[in-house]
Design a protein around this ligand. Sequence first.
Ligand code: HEC
Length: 506
Amino acid sequence: MEGVLVSAQKAGSPITVTVVSDAHGHFRFPDGRLAPGHYMLRIRAEGYDLDGPRSVDLGATSTEIAIKLRPTSDLAAQLTNTEWFMSMPGTPAQKWPLLECMSCHTLERIARSTYNGEQFLAVINRMAQYANNTTQARVQLRVARRNVRQDLARKFADYLATVNLSHGPTWPYKLQTLPRPKGRATRVVITEYDLPRKTIAPHDVRTDAQGNVWYSNFVENYLGELDPKTGANRDFPIPVSKPNAPTGTLDLEPDADGNLWLALMFQTGLAKFDMKTKTFQIFPIQPNLDSDAMQQSMVMPRAFKVDGKVWTNDVAKQEIMRLDLKTGKYQLIDPYKLLSKGYQHGPYGMAADAQNNLYFMDFGGEYVGRVEAKTGETTLFPTPTPNSWPRRTMLDNQGRLWFTEFAANKLAMFDTKTETFKEWNVPTPYTYPYDVFMDKNGELWSGGMASDRVLRFDPRSGYAVEYLLPRSTNIRRVFVDNSTSPVTFWAGNNHGAEIIKLQPLD
Ligand code: HEC
């Protein structure tokens, strides 16, 4: 069988290495990747479970083994969110609110429930009171209660009661699956690094100049560092300023000196981590602006040397904020003041150009926005696809912003020089890409919360490869290390307490 993922984890090691079988059904771990020892084996091939062997002893010379699979008795447990979206009947409008349900758990949780519409309404109302930075390993409640529109929630609840198990022990529709990887998508080595606690939720992951890996922890107040050679993890505690508020950070961005900045979410404000002294400097929100609802998810320090200012956002007010490093004070900028009231939006992914002008993604809406550093004046550029929910972004050295259109299932580019857009459909429907990264070869790398796949996409030719990951993987920020050839892709598994390194073999 082609496209079977085979994973080997040495007893006691946090590192798992995965390869994929080729068109002849052969798989091979590259020389030097598995030291002698006792290894546990796993497989991923939808529709099948591992029959055996479950472990293998490797000596100093190469070992040959054959692996046997058997049909699974629980296909639903193997479905990705993308495949639940494919399987569930319903109109796009009915399925739309499910987009928000992938951020704390998989859609399997919803599909396996037995609630009727009335009962599901109560569940939806309960979900709204959990903080974004919640996983199943660490549940956190919002301090400020959130209002849910009951007419819309009831409609959604009634729909969900038609796709779950409220009518009987099996689903009233066929479970759809995506094909296994083939061809180039099998030419890859994937390394998973287990983090030491199940409660660690790696959100943004990136490497530094020395090749060490840094990540923001979405639910615990630590900045994490991983040694990719040994898998050793180190936690740098970030002071907790609001003991009753949810902990955890989201955006992790380097400044021009290589120091790391974090957006402190419900702890509010920003933190700067000095890479030499390994200490934090906290920039709290001034009390007259701060509140229980306030939430900083993004930070953009890259061009702070131009004017001593660092960009961030407030999710609750749906506004941009700017920190003045001299005074330590934040300024609020409403980028939507010219739009009609009631428009659903919120500034999210951010990039700054060399003059520290800000580009931001209008998540929940459909704009790429620009705020002039000197005047604070805002311009909004609508994406060609309406209601696209632009999410995270990066600015390349040719002035092109690469970003995902989460809700439109597209990758997109905004040329800041010509102020024009280009969009590309992601090849698999319901992938809902979260983030995208342009590498040194002009190829795009993308991942998200739905498909357990990493997309490699050439925007010049439209050529796409999708690498399947060994486990259920909730990806947020994606990162490419351009110092290797081929390049190396990195991301966190936000729900799985692991860091993922993906090395294409070509
Ligand atoms: C912010 C985090 C978060 C989001 C977003 C979220 N959930 Fe949950 N969900 C949880 C947590 C935590 C649990 C387990 C605790 C509980 O049941 O309250 C859970 C459990 C569930 C369960 C199982 C409940 C049970 O009684 O067994 C269902 C069904 C569910 N969620 C549906 C949804 C739906 C539908 C959505 C989208 C509208 C959603 N969730 C979005 C956090 C979330």
